[in-house]
Design a protein around this ligand. Structure first.
Ligand SMILES: Nc1ncnc2c1ncn2[C@@H]1O[C@H](COP(=O)(O)OP(=O)(O)OP(=O)(O)O)[C@@H](O)[C@H]1O
Length: 265
């Protein structure tokens, strides 16, 4: 039986992941991450962001000095046991599932939360409505566009009502309106449900606008962590991405990033 896990802080220390003989994460320490926070995970391609999320979800072999949520030790739990509390949404969902959107969410909910259809159906309806995709309820997954699939994936992740939500580039296929809709929704649900939302983003301006904390990665290591406006600097962007960037302040007083060019390699 899955032990009860109290709502609370996620602590993950000395995370080490080796894949096919390559050391991907080498004793990486995360700062304590509290419930109710939206935390951005930033870094160049190949820096280890997905691997970090998968290690927390138990989806790649990893060793931990410590991995706990509130008072509960997660390290001994397998992925299926962790999934009740930590939900990982991958960069892309499998494209060949011939189920309707509603059926796919119901199947996942019945398996994950052992709910019967009568109880699961209203949860599915609410999740689709929150993401503004009720009109997709009876469409087949394998007929949807990339952005529509991404919204369905988010609906599925949210319908499980996890304590920790791990989202791997959830905005990548979304248009401008949907990007902001999703970030606003995640911000609200993170607060209301006391979620911890850890989200991989490449759009730094979304990070500055919506996230309370940012973790900066390079080469499988944590470069910096803290409030986005503090850690997203010309220096950190040069170190992470090899770009010449400026942080300006808009007329509303919000910081935003402008990239002027590339630095010589
Ligand atoms: N199964 C594997 N075997 C060996 N190396 C792997 C494996 N999976 C990932 N890697 C390597 O681990 C490193 C980190 O990959 P990861 O996917 O975590 O990066 P990322 O920061 O999420 O990148 P992106 O922004 O491109 O999605 C990369 O160098 C990648 O090539």
């Amino acid at each position: 039986m899955t032990p009860h896990i109290a709502n609370g802080e996620l602590r993950a220390l000395e995370i080490t992941v080796r894949l096919n003989g390559r050391l991907i994460l080498d004793a990486l320490n995360l700062p304590p991450l509290g419930a109710g926070q939206m935390v951005a995970l930033l870094g160049p391609n190949g820096s280890g962001k997905s691997t970090l999320l998968k290690s927390l979800a138990g989806l790649v072999p990893a060793s931990f000095g410590a991995l706990s949520l509130g008072a509960s030790d997660l390290a001994p739990l397998r992925a299926s046991a962790r999934a009740g509390h930590i939900r990982y949404l991958p960069q892309s969902l499998p494209g060949d599932i011939h189920l309707t959107v509603t059926e796919s969410l119901l199947v996942a909910l019945r398996a994950g939360r052992a709910l019967n259809t009568q109880h699961a159906f209203p949860i599915v309806k609410t999740a689709l409505a929150e993401l503004g995709i009720s009109d997709l309820a009876n469409r087949y997954l394998d007929e949807l566009s990339g952005g529509q699939k991404q919204l369905v994936g988010l609906a599925q992740a949210l319908s499980h009502e996890p304590q920790v939500l791990l989202l791997d580039e959830p905005l990548a296929s979304l248009d401008l309106n949907h990007q902001h809709h999703v970030m606003q929704l995640l911000g609200r649900l993170t607060q209301e449900r006391r979620l911890l939302t850890l989200i991989v983003l490449h759009d730094l301006n979304s990070v500055l606008q919506y996230c309370g904390q940012a973790l900066l990665m390079r080469d499988g290591a944590l470069l910096a962590s803290g409030a986005p406006a503090k850690v997203i600097t010309a220096e950190s962007l040069a170190a992470m991405f090899g770009v010449r960037a400026r942080i300006e302040t808009c007329s509303l007083g919000r910081p935003y990033v402008l990239v002027d060019g590339l630095l010589p390699i």
